[in-house]
Design a protein around this ligand. Structure first.
Ligand code: GLN
Length: 507
């Protein structure tokens, strides 16, 4: 790999956008550099399920033509991106990490996909994920596990682990993930990058293959807070094709990321989301970051959210219930896989055989859980009760946001865990989302920003900032302030401390 190409993959999205608009570099050169990087490091990371080499270069050529014709380009024109394979793309397969969708070509683009293309963003390909976004490690993918760029024997988190590994591994400066219970923030935290879950309804679900419709939210992954904000602005905003889309202006996230100041801001540390059960290095890096925010002028207090301890159990009733209903559409007739259709079997038999062969064990577990929770006789005791808990969690947030502007916690209880460690223990796997689930249930905004390396294992730790619905900009303001102060302390970005990848090839 040439030195110049390596340099292009080190640039931030903001820098690439400026360089392309100024004509200092072509979108094709930038795209080719990232495709080369993918070739070099994919054997180590397995972040992608599909790479769109020719399609990406054609999109880049189109950007270069627009510039040559004198068109003013937007801030992300010519910037490469890794798209989670749960959003539809008319020119690429969409598998959701499942065998049941193998070979399916969606006939249309998701709104997020479409808006990215319109912004001149170059979609490099589709990234690996836990099957139907159910998981915290990408180990539930039917197509193999992605690896953490910091330590290839560990998971990159999930379910948006492919996009996170791609961004942390410099295969793309930007990624799209989706967050239902933490699937953007959790992988971002354990890969040492920025991940943001917008307010529910702030980003469109049209063309997002549904897991739990009352929770699913697409959002940005990036190496810097500003890049995440630029991406957030590029694909967010009202979409008449999504009935739960919020009809309100996109919060001023880019301005907030540039403001990067916490003077006078009231920050609440959630007492229920730290302490016992948290890895010591996660706890210590989190505490240091909070002290740093205080030294920057924030007013820090401790805030109790007593019902957060019931968030995880409530989520594991609500999300599987919605999933069991959403996944009924995979009936062997409409999409992808069809097993046993030899003319001797009934449609019911073909459907059973197809679902048995096409869904992995975690998806089957969720369907059974959800079907049980929704069955008559149990509905009130499980699904109904979980919805009541959801309301109590929203009230905890409301009460907290009467006292403070944002809440903070560690993003995850531990750093990236070893591949294989939790695959046979669903409860241990579910605990990875302990801190992220409350914001999904309450449909508000939350970001994860790197806050250091845990001393005991040298792996990244994330700090989570939560804000009220539609106050997404506040999370960026705090994250950007923390990022700037920490980078001054570290003498550069955290990712600069990650080990080199792709070296084995050339040497
Ligand atoms: N890990 C959680 C789950 O398995 C959250 C997944 C997500 O946010 N998509 O359900």
């Amino acid at each position: 790999m040439g030195g110049e190409a390596t340099e292009l993959t080190r640039l931030s999205a903001a820098e690439i956008g400026i360089a392309v608009a100024a004509g200092d570099v072509s979108a094709v050169e930038v795209t080719q550099a990232h495709l080369d990087r993918i070739v070099a490091v994919e054997p180590e990371l397995h972040a992608f399920l599909h790479v769109a080499g020719i399609g990406a270069l054609a999109a880049a050529e189109a950007v270069d033509r627009r510039r040559a014709a004198g068109e003013r380009l937007g801030p992300l024109a010519g910037v490469p991106l890794a798209l989670k394979d749960v959003l539809t793309t008319e020119d690429m397969p969409t598998t959701c990490g499942s065998k049941i969708l193998a070979g399916w070509r969606p006939p249309y683009d998701a709104t997020v996909t479409r808006r990215l293309r319109d912004a001149g963003v170059i979609i490099l390909g589709k990234t690996n994920m836990d099957e139907f976004a159910m998981g915290s490690s990408t180990e539930n993918s039917a197509f193999g596990t992605s690896r953490n760029p910091w330590d290839r024997s560990r998971v990159p988190g999930g379910s948006s682990g492919g996009s996170s590994a791609a961004v942390a591994g410099y295969e793309a400066p930007l990624g799209i993930g989706t967050d239902t219970g933490g699937s953007i923030r959790q992988p971002a935290a354990v890969c040492g990058i920025v991940g943001m879950k917008p307010t529910y309804g702030g980003s469109s679900r049209y063309g997002l293959v549904a897991f739990a419709s009352s929770l699913d939210t697409p959002g940005p992954l990036a190496r810097t807070v500003l890049d995440a904000a630029l991406l957030h602005e590029a694909f967010s905003g009202h979409d008449p094709r999504d009935a739960t889309s919020v009809n309100a202006p996109v919060p001023p996230v880019v301005a907030a990321a540039r403001q990067a100041d916490v003077a006078g801001l009231r920050i609440g540390v959630v007492s229920e989301l730290s302490g016992e059960g948290f890895q010591s290095g996660v706890q210590s890096k989190f505490t240091e970051a909070v002290e740093l925010l205080e030294s920057l002028g924030a007013k820090v207090t401790e805030v109790s959210c007593p019902h957060f301890r019931y968030a995880l159990p409530a989520y594991y009733l609500i999300a599987p219930s919605e999933a069991s209903s959403n996944l009924a559409r995979f009936d062997a007739m409409r999409y992808g896989l069809r097993v046993g259709d030899d003319g001797t079997r009934s449609a019911d038999e073909v459907m059973s055989l197809t679902r048995a062969a096409g869904f992995g064990p975690e998806v089957k577990r969720r369907i059974m859980l959800g079907t049980y929770a929704l069955s008559s006789g149990y509905y009130d005791a499980y699904y109904g009760k979980a919805q009541q808990v959801r309301t109590l969690i929203c009230r905890d947030f409301d009460a907290a946001f009467d006292q403070v502007d944002v809440l903070v916690s560690p993003t995850t209880p531990t750093t990236a865990f070893p591949i294989g460690e939790r695959v046979d223990d669903p409860m241990a796997m579910y605990l990875a989302d302990l801190c992220t689930i409350p914001s999904d249930l309450a449909m508000n905004a939350a970001i994860s920003v790197p806050c250091g390396l845990a001393p005991e294992d040298g792996l990244p730790v994330g700090l989570q900032v939560m804000a009220p619905a539609l106050a997404d900009d506040r999370t960026y303001r705090v994250a950007a302030a923390l990022e700037a102060a920490l980078e001054q302390r570290w003498g550069g970005p955290l990712l600069a401390q990650a080990p080199a990848l792709g070296e084995s090839k050339g040497r």
